[in-house]
Design a protein around this ligand. Sequence first.
Ligand code: PXP
Length: 240
Amino acid sequence: MVRLGVNIDHVATLRNARGGMEPEPLTAAAVAELGGADGITIHLREDRRHIKDDDVAQIRKISRLPLNLEMACSREIVQIACNTLPNSCTLVPERREELTTEGGLDVAGHFDSVKWAVSTLIDKGIKVSLFIDPEERQIEYAAKTGAQFIELHTGAYANATGDLQKEELNKLYIAAAFAQDAGLIVNAGHGLNYQNTTDVAQIHGIYELNIGHSIMSRAIFTGLQRAVEDMKQILARANR
Ligand code: PXP
């Protein structure tokens, strides 16, 4: 069964809206675990707009689930990762003005800085994933950095409808196969929800899906544990 990484950044966004202590991302990590989450994903952005340094340290120390830290290739954040030692880091592009991570990392265009971040993290025993668009050129360069994983950006698939969505799904199939042939383990994420996840979960060899917004949105109405359980059922039923 495909693993589920639950992205809990939105819990920090809600907490920060009032500048207080609640809701606590650490509690969200514990409740997501009760719902069957296989991992916790958080994004420490350079502007710290949601997750803060203390959240990373606390979740790393107390949560029992593997921690995946999404991050830019910046020296400051790489240093924090080396000190905190999450189980894995996913390198993402980051622009301050964007609402969420908009495109995949241009590994081919920023090869030296990405390779530096990958080898610095791997030297510390951290697994590294690169969040990229489903394009052969990016996958080839991703493999050359020494990263063990890629995360295919599913945003274009999630935003498309009808035949265009089928085309985007096909790109994900081709990219996943190409990446596995290149020796990479393939994750995917962005924009996945209770309607569009099954098709992605059925792609051969997909290891883990990282899902945040749709789970947190459902959690407002059903509670977080139930929202995670519902997504786990979708993954359990996806035949591959
Ligand atoms: N994967 C990556 C690399 C991301 O940046 C995000 C958004 O933070 C996600 C997955 C989760 O996306 P969504 O919130 O749309 O499920």
